[in-house]
Each structure stands twice: as C-alpha cells, then as structure tokens.
Write a protein that binds this ligand. Structure first.
Ligand SMILES: Cc1cc2nc3c(=O)[nH]c(=O)nc-3n(C[C@H](O)[C@H](O)[C@H](O)COP(=O)(O)OP(=O)(O)OC[C@H]3O[C@@H](n4cnc5c(N)ncnc54)[C@H](O)[C@@H]3O)c2cc1C
Length: 385
C-alpha cells in the first residue's frame, strides 16, 4: 500500500484550495495525493463571492462587479458596492489554475478514482478506492454524502438551495455588464423563497439562474418554465439562445457538521460545514477554513478545526432557516427590508459574520420582528436548535 503524508479525498473547491495553500507554505515538500472521481475538466459550476480584499485567485476572476441590483415588489435599487467587489470565478478556470500551480511540484499527485471508504487507524488514515488502498498521516475529505447527512440531521432543519441556470446570448444588447442582479424576487413565491440571479458577462450574454430554498427539488420542466417566463416577461427578452446550463444543490442546514471522522480524518468543504446555513455561500468560507488548517499544520498542531460558525451566528441562521422552511412566502419582505434598511457594508458584514454585536443588532432591528419571534419560540418548543 502506497503511503503519503496527506491525502485529499475530493479535489473540488475545498480539496484543491487546501492543496494550493499547502503548495505555497513551508509544507510544500510533503507527499500529497489528491483523489477525485471526476477529472474536473469541465465548467461544472460558477462561483460568485464578495470581498474587499485581493485574493490568491485574482488572475482567474472572470468578472468583477462594483454594482449590485436588488428587485422585489417591495424594493428595487442598484447599489454601489463601495470598497467591495463581487467576483465571478468559473470552475474550470479555478481547477486549471490550481492544477498548473501544483504541476510545478513533483510531490503533489492526482488520482482519478472513486473513494469507497475512509478508515481511521491508530497511526493515520486509510482511503479505500476502486484502484486500491492508500494511507497517510492525515486525510482531508470533502466527499459529501447527502443521505448520510440527512440521517444524522433528522432532528435539525434541512433545506436545499437548488438552482438551474442558463447562460444565454441575446440578439440585441440588454444587460448592463457593470451590474449583477443578486436577488430578483419578481417571480411567484407560492410559499417558497424563489428568486433569480443574473450575472452578465457582456451586454448580450448572461447567466440567469432560478434559485429556490426548499426541502424538495422541482421537476426539470418547472425550472425551465420559470426561466423562460422570467427572461420573457421580466427581462423582456424573447430572442436569445441558450449557450450552456448549470444545475446545483447546496445544503442549508443547522446540523453541526463534525470537524472530523476520527483522529486523522478531517472534514472540509460543504461536508465540513463550510456552506453558510441561511445563504449557501461557501466559496470564501472554504478559503478561510483551509487556510486555518494549513496554519495549524505549519505550527505542528492538529488540523481538526471546525468550519461551523460561532454560536450566535448559528442561532441567527437557525431562526432564518426556520422561517424559510415554514413561511417561505415571508422571505421577499425580509430580504427587501434587509437591503432597504441597511448599507451594503452592513449586509455583507452580517453575512460574513464579521460586523460585531452592534452591526448584528442594527440588522436584526431592521427586520420585521414577528416572524423572527415566532420562529425562535417554535425552535425552542420543538428543540430544533
Ligand atoms: C453549481 C453550483 C454553483 C455554486 N455557486 C456558488 C457560488 O456562487 N458561491 C458560493 O459561495 N458557493 C457556491 N456553490 C456552493 C459551493 O461553493 C460549491 O458547492 C463548492 O464546490 C463546494 O466545495 P466542496 O469542495 O465542498 O465540494 P466540491 O467542489 O463539490 O468537491 C467535492 C469533490 O469530491 C468529489 N467526489 C465526491 N464523491 C467522491 C468519491 N466517492 N470519490 C472520489 N471523489 C469524490 C467530487 O467529484 C468533487 O470534485 C455552488 C455550488 C454548485 C453545485
């Protein structure tokens, strides 16, 4: 059995980010194996995230926005992002960029195979694959098994953020390439939070995404009908072609993802709790988590570090998730008030869990109180916290 210092099981956003930061650290001589069942040679997703800072992935940012649009029946406005930018990275550019960086080192190996199981042993971990077994002192896994999580999260709130997106090209220019549309609630809510997200890449090309926060997925036809209606009735575009499409599901749960599966197996990515429960934003949380892991390894400390949020943010997320689950029709008003009554900096700070108690209180008092009080009582009575 071949042995490594570290094995990264799952070479997607979290696995490759971890490998990338390792390659730039004093640990860049370690023998590392990255295992993924997929070759990651297709654009399987597009990440969007806001930041005020430079990132190590700036060279592969496909679009950078300094304006954001919000539309609902309560509130419509275009916001200047001030010192923030909303960045877009295409999955394929990210995978290529990191693989090119790692190819400069001979001690980072890739294996395209399926992980069948991971075992914790007294002196390290063992990864069982269809191509044999591999051992290492530390295993980092981003393999997300939804049915296992659903079983473990039975007494918790569990929603899915599910979305279908079309990359469209219009015959005439219709988009403002300087503005991305983060929330467009101009679609029937029918008891579930639903909105469109529009990322233009030019005046005539954009990714238009229909997103829902709910327990159950829709049939493909229902996503497509909604996309067609929105593009025709709201964007007033009738002449366009679909260049590409994407579909995704992100877990939204107050289940506390375990930081490890034994002494030597560390969970990372969505499987480690990096998806923000009430928004699904994950990409930047992954960056923060895996950098902490590399820091711990460099300091000779245990890399078993939880990606879950601090207790007070977990409470806020639970209260909002409970509203989304039971009263999804309220989300349009809640998000409208969030954007209407706060600055962009206050909104992003709150979502980034960085604004401090004063910012949290400002945010909380700007929202309609009754749904939140009712949700809190419901969570306490039904022990869903
Ligand atoms: C379409 C889409 C769009 C998204 N957009 C955003 C966004 O705009 N902003 C944001 O913050 N977040 C977004 N997310 C959420 C989140 O950022 C991504 O899901 C992110 O890729 C999660 O990283 P991860 O490493 O946990 O999982 P992944 O990137 O999915 O990596 C897990 C890897 O494990 C591999 N794998 C799984 N099972 C096995 C197995 N048994 N054996 C071997 N390999 C295996 C998979 O092939 C995959 O490559 C999006 C998610 C999706 C699906």
């Amino acid at each position: 059995m071949k042995k490594y210092d570290l094995i990264i099981a799952g070479g997607g956003a979290a696995g490759l980010s971890l490998a990338f930061y390792l390659s730039r650290s004093v640990l860049n001589k370690l023998q590392v194996l990255i295992i993924d069942k997929d070759r990651k040679d297709k654009n399987d997703r597009t990440w969007g995230f806001w930041t005020r800072h430079q990132t190590v992935f700036d060279s592969v940012i496909a679009s950078r926005f300094s304006k954001l649009a919000f539309h609902s029946s309560h509130h419509s406005r275009i916001y200047d992002l001030q010192d923030y930018h909303y960045n877009i990275i295409r999955g394929i550019d990210f995978y290529r960029f990191i693989k090119e960086q790692l190819a400069k080192l001979t001690n980072f190996e890739f294996l395209n195979t399926t992980v069948q199981g991971i075992q914790d042993n007294p002196d390290g971990g063992l990864v069982k694959t269809t191509d044999g077994d591999f051992g290492a002192k530390w295993i980092f896994s981003s393999i997300f098994n939804e049915s296992e999580v659903l079983r473990a999260a039975q007494s918790k709130l569990y929603l899915r953020q599910h979305f279908k997106g079309w990359f469209i090209k219009t015959r005439v220019p219709v988009f403002d390439p300087g503005v991305f549309n983060m929330f467009d609630f101009r679609t029937p809510q029918s008891g579930v939070m639903r909105f469109f997200y529009v990322i233009p890449t030019s005046a005539s090309e954009a990714l238009v995404e229909y997103t829902l926060f709910s327990e159950r997925l829709l049939e493909l036809r229902q996503y497509e009908d909604a996309l067609r209606s929105y593009i025709g009735d709201v964007l007033k575009v009738n002449d366009y072609e679909i260049l590409d499409e994407e579909f995704g599901i992100i877990p939204m749960t107050n289940y506390l993802f375990p930081a490890s599966q034994g002494k030597h197996i560390v969970n990372i990515g969505s499987a480690g709790g990096s998806s923000k429960p009430s928004s699904g934003y994950t990409f930047m949380r992954i960056q923060k988590h895996v950098q902490k892991i590399v820091g711990a390894l460099e300091a000779g400390k245990s890399p078993v570090i939880s990606a879950n949020s601090a207790i007070r943010y977990r409470f806020y997320d639970s209260v909002l998730l409970n509203i989304l689950k039971n009263h999804g029709e309220m989300s349009e008003e809640i998000f409208s008030k969030m954007f209407k009554n706060n600055t962009i900096r206050q909104v992003f700070n709150f979502l980034d869990e960085e604004g401090g108690l004063k910012n949290d209180l400002k945010m909380i008092t700007s929202l309609p109180p009754w749904p939140f009080l009712r949700s809190t009582v419901d969570l306490l009575v039904n022990q869903k916290l």
